[in-house]
Design a protein around this ligand. Sequence first.
Ligand code: MN
Length: 284
Amino acid sequence: MLPDRRLPAAGRLVRPARDHVTSQPSPRCRGPCCPTPDAPCPPHLKTLFISDLHLDPSAPGTLAQFHAFLEGEAPGAEALYILGDLFEAWLGDDDPEPEHRRAIAALRRLTDSGVACRVMHGNRDFLLGQRFCRETGARLLEDGAVVDLYGERVLLMHGDALCTDDTSYQRLRRIVRNPVVLWTLRHLTLEQRRAIARRMRAGSREHVGQTAPEIMDVNAEAVASAFRAARVRTLIHGHTHRPAVHTLHVDGQPARRIVLGDWYTQGSVLEVTPDGVELRALAR
Ligand code: MN
């Protein structure tokens, strides 16, 4: 079993760190799949990946699907990875929005049942912080983390860092991920952050409306560099809302790039087991 390493998402060097390792089944489960506490627990050799749910009080269908997923399928997994943009907007961990509190409570029930939960920042919810982690029992995962999935090292990203053809977006990304900017944002009042979020969403809508779709997809060279830097053969990411399992070659070696779908009109989940991967749409 190889140790997990965090790798640079965009050329930065990040200290190696251990994270959830899926090579062993959870020794004990108290989830709904194992109703009798003393009965032997079946091995939960299944890890789930989702991203780009864009949870928002104005989208009740997505909220209902997310809660049904957390109560139905997720407890049967050993781990749930959320690879960014769980929320359409995250003003900060002090946001009292009732639907956000309800999502936090649901994630807490999941982690309390023994399912490990890892959350990566997306471009919408990059202010998710330590209080969110304490309240949900989830852990933040660095963009560009490498985890061991049943013996294979797999690179996990939100995906926006790979869209290098979109230079104006990358400029914005560098600004909002700057530690000084993040610190400043966290110290504004909720009302000030609300106003900034409104402006950012309007700007994003305008940008998406004006930018060619291929510009907003991943750049092939950025993808190849990510594979090389992480020394992996599998990459899982979201962000582009183009769910697919792509096979490609990097330096003559076969590789695969698995893209999670968004939850705007249906759900999207990737199931990874020792036998392989399955990318599924969750119909509504
Ligand atoms: Mn995104």
